[in-house]
Design a binder for this molecule. Structure first.
Ligand SMILES: [Zn+2]
Length: 289
C-alpha cells in the first residue's frame, strides 16, 4: 500500500474531520507533499456545512423575532394599536354618514308640465312646457365608420331655460342648488319620454314640476324624476368605500396578531431546531457558534 492510500484510509475512517487533520505517521521515505485535509477537499461536506450555516442563520433570526414577540412592547402590538386607531376613525366616518339630516331644501310647487310630446324617428325629439317655458330635446346624429347612423345619439337640450321655472322667492343657495338639480332631472325626464316613445309606452299623465324635485325622505335634498337622490347615492358610495377600507384594516390587524402569536408559540420549536443544527455542525467538526 502506497503512503497516500494509507493516508486516505486514515482520513475516511477517522472519528471526525478535525481528528483527520491531525498529523499522520511520518514516513521519512515519502517523496510527495502532504495532501490537503479531506474536509476542505470534500465538496459534499462543504455543501452540507454551508446549508447548515444558512439554516442556522434563518433559525437565529426566527428565534430573535420570537423573543421580540413575547415582549409586552413589540412591533406587532404597535402596528395592531395603530390599525385599531385607524379603524376607529373610519368607523366614526361611517357613523357620521349614517345620521339622517334634517330637511334643508324648500318644497317645489306642483306647476303642471304641459304639452308633453315625444317622437321616435331616426332622430327622436321631446318637447314639453313648464309654465310659459318650452323645453325641447333632440337626438344628435351619431355616424359610424360606414357612414350610416347605427346607434341612438345623445339627447341634447336645444331649448328651455331652467332658471325661468325656479320660484323667484328662493334664496341664492336654493336657487343654485335647484338649477343644478333641475338641469339633471329635466334631462332624466326627457330621456324617459324618449324611451317611452321608442317602446310605444304611454307618456306620463299630469306630471308636475314637483315630480322633478321631490323631497328626499332620507337627506332632505331633492330626488330626480326617477326617484334617485344624487346626494344619497354619493353618500352610499362613500359609505361603501369606507366599509371596504375598514374591512381591509381589520384583516391587516388580524394578520399582525396571528403573526405575533405564531412567533411567540414557535420559540421552543426554534430553540430545538437550533440545537439540532449545532449538533450537526459539531459532528462535522465545525464550531457551531
Ligand atoms: Zn337624499
Amino acid at each position: 500500500m502506497g503512503w497516500w492510500k494509507f493516508w486516505d484510509k486514515e482520513q475516511s475512517s477517522g472519528p471526525s474531520p478535525v481528528a483527520a487533520r491531525a498529523p499522520g505517521p511520518i514516513d521519512p521515505a515519502r517523496a510527495k507533499p502532504r495532501p490537503e485535509p479531506r474536509r476542505s477537499s470534500d465538496p459534499a461536506t462543504e455543501r452540507r456545512i454551508a446549508q447548515l450555516r444558512q439554516r442556522q442563520a434563518a433559525l437565529r433570526y426566527d428565534f430573535a423575532q420570537s423573543e421580540l414577540a413575547l415582549l409586552p412592547d413589540n412591533p406587532w402590538q404597535d402596528r395592531i394599536d395603530l390599525l385599531g386607531e385607524a379603524i376607529a376613525t373610519v368607523e366614526a366616518d361611517i357613523a357620521s354618514l349614517s345620521v339622517p339630516r334634517p330637511s334643508t331644501r324648500p318644497a317645489i310647487s306642483p306647476a303642471p308640465i304641459t304639452a308633453v310630446s315625444a317622437t321616435a324617428g331616426d332622430l327622436a325629439t321631446v318637447t314639453f312646457a313648464i309654465g310659459d317655458e318650452v323645453f325641447r330635446f333632440e337626438e344628435q346624429v351619431d355616424w359610424d365608420q360606414r357612414g350610416g347612423p347605427t346607434v341612438r345619439g345623445d339627447l341634447q337640450p336645444v331649448a328651455g331655460d331652467v332658471e325661468r321655472v325656479i320660484d323667484p322667492g328662493f334664496d341664492l343657495d336654493d336657487r343654485r342648488a335647484l338649477r343644478d338639480h333641475l338641469t339633471d332631472s329635466i334631462a332624466v325626464f326627457a330621456t324617459d319620454l324618449r324611451d317611452r316613445a321608442l317602446s310605444d309606452e304611454p307618456l306620463p299623465t299630469s306630471p308636475t314640476l314637483a315630480d322633478l324635485a321631490m323631497l328626499c325622505p332620507e337627506c332632505g335634498g331633492w330626488m330626480d324624476w326617477s326617484g334617485r337622490c344624487l346626494a344619497c347615492t354619493r353618500r352610499d358610495i362613500e359609505r361603501q368605500r369606507l366599509r371596504v377600507e375598514r374591512d381591509r384594516l381589520d384583516a391587516d390587524r388580524r394578520s399582525e396578531a396571528d403573526e405575533r402569536h405564531r412567533l411567540a408559540e414557535g420559540l421552543s420549536t426554534t430553540r430545538r431546531r437550533l440545537t439540532a443544527v449545532a449538533t450537526d455542525l459539531t459532528a462535522l467538526g465545525v464550531d457551531p457558534e
